[in-house]
Design a protein around this ligand. Structure first.
Ligand code: AMP
Length: 360
């Protein structure tokens, strides 16, 4: 039995965005404090007990930060591995650096997931003109070319409709190492939010159905129409990934659902080694949100209930969507969450709204 960090302990969070903000807010009712470390001040700084601005490459500063807290976690997957290793030399880092390493690189991620027997979209590496040819042979002429690293919200991706488009696409991605992925004929997209404790207990939230606009998550709706059997299969897949990574905390697993008659109904798209946007609905439709459960897990506390007391649709407020804040604040049944970002740039996640109804 691992000793739980007592109330009054401090959780260090690498990253200062809205996820760090909502983690900090969720830690407070448990009597736990959060200390944010980020290269730029962000939404988390407004609500955390302490914050430090520093480069992720400044390993001496990271070590000092890690030494000042009781456990370190992170709220974005592109934390440099050196930063996580520097922190780990002083203090436990949960989830461990292995999850970071796998999630930071699409090729590693897909190879790892396929390696534990879980279906992913067909893929082939592209890092040279020769591998372009080989990728077309392996995958076919239509697909999506994705950079291995630093892609998010549809960035770093180009759709390919014929073989002749592949080389210009590779050039447009500055010949960065990529994977060519075959198109998955999905019916809809779901995700699994799994939380795993230090002792290996896993709990799951209900699967949301996710829709996207311009490559960015638009809505997550629970319940989704997926059958009990397939939801159970999706959870089993997510648990296998979490367990193989020795994961502690909340893991988001994005999946394509191909429909009840598909030979392989569920295919993993990608994993996020952190709390996930498609789990923001848990803040208002569950007794214990994904944020609180992540805090509980990394602090060695008993996991909280993941059951859902309400039906809900979460809608992201992107860019100027946030200008409707007064109407949203007045809307019955709607819980508004704003991230306190100063400028509503296009494509920027400014907040979200959870529209809650009694459970059907
Ligand atoms: P990603 O950044 O990999 O999550 O991709 C963004 C979105 O593009 C996904 O949510 C899907 O809607 C779509 N997409 C990505 N990969 C594929 C694929 N292999 N087949 C079909 N659609 C995809």
């Amino acid at each position: 039995m691992t000793t739980a960090l007592p109330p009054g302990s401090t959780i260090g969070i690498l990253g200062g965005g809205q996820l760090g903000r909502m983690l900090s807010l969720a830690a407070a009712p448990l009597g736990l404090k959060c200390h944010i470390y980020s290269d730029v001040p962000g939404p988390a700084f407004d609500v955390a007990a302490a914050s430090t601005v520093g480069a992720y490459e400044d390993t001496a500063k990271i070590r000092a930060f890690a030494e000042s807290v009781d456990v370190v976690t992170y709220e974005f997957e592109n934390v440099p591995l050196e930063a996580a290793a520097a922190a780990e030399a002083m203090t436990p880092v949960r989830p461990g650096p292995k999850a970071l390493a796998v999630a930071q690189d699409r090729l590693e991620e897909k190879t790892f997931i396929r390696g534990i027997g879980i279906p992913v979209a067909p893929f082939a590496p592209v890092d040279s003109d020769a591998s372009l040819e080989a990728a077309i042979h392996a995958i076919g002429e239509t697909g999506i070319l994705k950079t291995c690293r630093l892609g998010y919200d549809g960035k770093g991706q180009v759709r390919i409709k014929s073989a002749s488009e592949l080389k210009p696409a590779f050039e447009s991605l500055k010949r960065a190492p990529c994977v060519l992925e075959g198109l998955v004929p999905f019916a809809y997209e779901v995700s699994v939010l799994v939380v795993r404790s230090i002792s290996g207990e896993v709990r799951f939230y209900d699967l949301p159905l996710n829709t996207h606009k311009n490559g960015i998550l638009d809505t997550s709706t629970v319940p989704s129409p997926i059958s009990e059997t397939h939801a159970a299969r999706a959870k089993e897949m997510a648990a296998a990934i979490a367990t193989a990574l020795g994961y502690v905390g909340v893991l988001g697993v994005e999946m394509f659902y191909l429909g009840p008659d598909a030979a392989e109904p569920l295919v993993v798209n990608e994993i996020a080694p952190r709390v996930h946007n498609s789990g923001h609905w848990t803040m208002d439709a569950c007794l214990v949100s994904q944020f609180e459960n992540h805090i509980r897990a990394v602090a060695g506390w008993p996991l909280g209930p993941t059951g859902r007391h309400s039906d809900v649709t979460m809608t992201n407020l992107i860019g100027e969507d946030v200008d409707a804040w007064q109407a949203l604040a007045a809307e019955p049944g709607a819980a508004l969450h704003l991230y306190g970002k100063p400028e509503a740039r296009p494509g920027r996640k400014m907040g979200h709204v959870n529209r809650v109804k009694p459970r059907s």
